[in-house]
Design a protein around this ligand. Structure first.
Ligand code: GRG
Length: 301
């Protein structure tokens, strides 16, 4: 693993970005009129739960890399990707999917409310994200590019594909390391790639910069999912804020199930190194993104 040279408080930097996006999300929800009280309550419950906001931070930092500072378009895009991500968690927790009663350290949406409300909360979060992008981004061309980017990452050849293949693998279909790679790329990495691209688009990045940042996001997302697989084995539910040890119980296709714990850690390190390598052309401007990759690794050591 490449050694870093300068100390940076990446946890503090991540918390700052989380605070910023939490404010943007709260203002955006307030702005949506006509939402029935129970649905609004469930939306606020799920979106207000303490997520790490990693995807939002990637949007904001990639905008900084491209434009030197965060702008309003990046803030809106950061809120939008967290809405889509949160919808996916709400639906994933449902009994028909991963069936988890515990999320972000709290009862999951269908436990705190009921299944129908959780399904509709997910539906609302997904559509709100696209309404936000289509109405609040400053420039129509940028808005369309962002909508396309997010839709492709979250849709039937992206996160939804990853989810159905994940569920099918868990239900007994045999799977190999290629199947596992495809699930992780689709279920998780494409949303990280989209986060990086949304920030790049907001910051007016060149095509070359978008390509680099998108490739970084994809690699980081893959590393993040491998780390998530590892943590499911090596952490407890309190540390995770969700039920630990479920992957093995459900017979899921994961890195530890195919490669074992140690080799999975080595692979995560190698992928983080590759992600950091992609950022080299940006020099110090991308240091915070590199630190994020190091943080990912510290979680599994
Ligand atoms: C329902 C279409 C659909 C997809 C669900 C998100 C997801 C796909 C499944 C949840 C289970 C899982 C392990 C997903 C992989 C992505 C991932 C690691 C999600 C958790 O993301 P974090 O750790 O969560 O960033 P917070 O709560 O911090 O936002």
């Amino acid at each position: 693993m490449t050694e870093k040279t300068e100390k940076m408080d990446i946890n503090g930097a991540l918390e700052q970005k989380a605070e910023l996006v939490n404010d943007v999300i709260a203002a955006a929800i307030k702005d949506f009129g006509g939402i029935p009280d129970r649905l609004r309550e469930a939306i606020e419950y799920t979106l207000g739960a303490p997520g790490k906001r990693v995807r939002a931070a990637i949007v904001l930092w990639c905008c900084e890399v491209a434009a030197g500072k965060v702008n309003k378009d990046a803030e809106i895009a950061a809120a939008a990707i967290e809405m889509v991500h949160t919808y996916s968690l709400v639906h994933d927790d449902l009994p028909a999917m991963d069936d988890d009663d515990f999320r972000r350290g709290r009862p999951s949406c269908h436990k705190a409310f009921d299944e129908a409300t959780a399904i509709l909360t997910g539906d609302a979060l997904l559509t709100m994200a696209f309404e936000l992008l289509s109405t609040k981004i400053s420039d129509a061309t940028k808005a369309v590019e962002m909508i396309k980017t997010l839709a492709e990452a979250a849709g039937p050849a992206g996160m939804v594909a990853g989810q159905i293949n994940d569920l099918l693998a868990q239900n007994g279909t045999s799977g190999n390391s290629d199947d596992l790679h495809n699930i992780h790329i689709n279920k998780t990495a494409k949303m990280f790639c989209a986060s990086a691209l949304l920030g790049a688009i907001a910051g007016g990045a060149s095509e070359e910069q978008k390509d680099l940042l998108g490739r970084f996001g994809l690699k980081l997302g893959l590393g993040f999912q491998i780390a998530d697989d590892i943590l499911d084995v090596s952490s407890n539910s309190t540390q995770l804020g969700k039920t630990a040890g479920k992957d093995a119980k459900q017979g899921k296709l994961t890195y530890p199930s195919i490669f074992g714990l140690e080799q999975s850690k080595e692979k995560a390190c190698q992928i983080a190194d590759e992600a950091i390598g992609i950022l080299e052309p940006f020099g110090q401007k991308a240091d915070v993104l590199k630190e994020l990759a190091y943080l990912l690794l510290r979680r599994i050591r």
